[in-house]
Ligand binder design. Structure first.
Ligand code: PNS
Length: 158
């Protein structure tokens, strides 16, 4: 059994995240989507809301579960018998930081990171931009699943 994690802030989950999670679920036996809790960064959605939105967005994939963790990702991996961290890579701009994190994580415990290239349709999607556009009433219907679209509408009172 090869268990991997798809970690992130997921504030909120986007179609880009879901594409990576789904493709990871075809490649590995078990995928755990882990919402990392960052106490010093107040997001739009709280951790429970983020988890709920991911669960309701995921297509029926029996080998995908959702969890949260407050701490180092490598500790979560060690405690949960995780073989590798899976990350989506959008562009060269992602690469520097993602490589740095992958190497730091590898240095800490030896856990490896696997990069999956983002599908061209999702290259420009980022949770931060989705929130900014939605906050001002812009159309993000093609960028997030319907449950997230409804949640954004409620948050921003549209
Ligand atoms: O969705 P994001 O914000 O790009 O995800 C970044 C995330 C949450 C995966 C990263 O910040 C992380 O792993 N945080 C947990 C704390 C940790 O392990 N930090 C050291 C990273 S080398």
């Amino acid at each position: 059994m090869t268990r991997v994690v798809c970690p992130g802030s997921f504030d909120p989950v986007t179609n880009g995240h879901l594409d990576i999670i789904t493709r990871a679920s075809y490649l590995f036996d078990e995928v755990v989507v882990v919402v990392l809790v960052n106490e010093s960064k107040k997001g739009l959605f709280d951790t429970e809301e983020r988890i709920d939105l991911i669960r309701r967005s995921l297509r029926e994939r029996p080998n995908v579960t959702v969890d949260s963790y407050a701490g180092l990702l490598v500790d979560y991996c060690a405690q949960n018998d995780v073989a590798a961290i899976v990350k989506g890579l959008r562009a060269v701009s992602d690469f520097d930081y993602e490589l740095q994190m992958a190497q730091m994580n590898g240095n800490l415990t030896g856990v490896d990171t696997v990069f999956i290239p983002t599908a061209p349709d999702y290259m420009f999607i980022a949770s931060s931009l989705v929130k900014e556009v939605a906050r001002h009433g812009g159309d993000v219907a093609d960028l997030v699943p319907p449950v997230v679209l409804n949640a954004l509408d409620r948050k921003f009172g549209h």
